[in-house]
Design a protein around this ligand. Structure first.
Ligand SMILES: [Mg+2]
Length: 233
């Protein structure tokens, strides 16, 4: 019998390339709401999830009347405007085909674990018309770091789908070493995809269960999902 599989996706660099529109929109939202031009200039953003970035900027500039709900609403609007004007935003190769194919299979279930805020994730996925594939997930405004995010993504998916997934059949697909670490921390299957900021060898060096050059050919990806947590050397 085929086991139920939970496939959790990172967004940026894994499913799509937003050409930095998220960060541009975050910065512009700070400008619109608080008047700070280039709010991120003096803040180190590398590897941080959106809420960490937002909190750092708030702290750095000593913003005392910050309201996350209001910020998110403004960010959602600004993100749509920025994306509409940013050339080259696209799904990565094979993504739509994979989502369409697995949606047809009764044993596959999807989730998200992303540093994007919920508004940001939704905005990016809907802009590229893949929002409808995702009914549950964990977002950058729900947890403090990526390890926690992946744990929350699993819990939320189990609650949403009313199923318990065997950890050898729960996968986290991401494009950075932090994604690989987060999967390992949660004892699920880590799949490094070299379509983002790290090349294949660099990702492989971090010891994920699987390393892929992208989400095509589809057959290669399906083979990983069929095997699950016990890769054959
Ligand atoms: Mg990523």
């Amino acid at each position: 019998m085929m086991m139920d599989k939970l496939i959790i996706f990172d967004i940026d660099g894994t499913l799509l390339d937003a050409k930095g529109a998220g960060r541009v929109a975050l910065s512009r939202t700070f400008e619109e709401l608080y008047g700070y031009r280039d709010a991120f200039e003096e803040v180190d953003l590398t590897g941080k999830i959106d809420i960490q970035v937002i909190r750092e900027v708030v702290g750095h500039h000593g913003i005392t009347d910050f309201n996350l709900e209001g910020f998110n609403a403004a960010y959602g609007r600004t993100l749509r405007q920025v994306m509409a004007k940013t050339p080259g935003i696209k799904l990565l190769k094979g993504v739509r085909e994979m989502l369409e194919c697995l949606t047809e299979e009764e044993h596959y279930f999807f989730s998200l674990a992303t540093g994007n805020t919920k508004v940001g994730a939704k905005g990016k996925l809907e802009f590229l018309s893949i929002g409808h594939f995702f009914k549950t997930g964990a977002y950058g405004d729900e947890a403090l770091d990526r390890k926690e995010l992946v744990g929350v993504a699993i819990d939320n998916a189990q609650r949403y789908y009313q199923k318990r997934f065997d950890k050898d059949h729960v996968f986290y697909l991401g494009d950075t070493p932090k994604d690989i670490e987060a999967a390992r921390h949660n004892a699920i299957v880590s799949v490094g995809i070299s379509t983002g900021g790290f090349d294949y060898e660099a990702l492989k060096g971090h010891g994920p269960d699987y390393t892929l050059k992208g989400l095509e050919p589809l057959e290669t990806v399906l083979e990983v999902f069929r095997r699950g947590g016990r890769p054959i050397e």
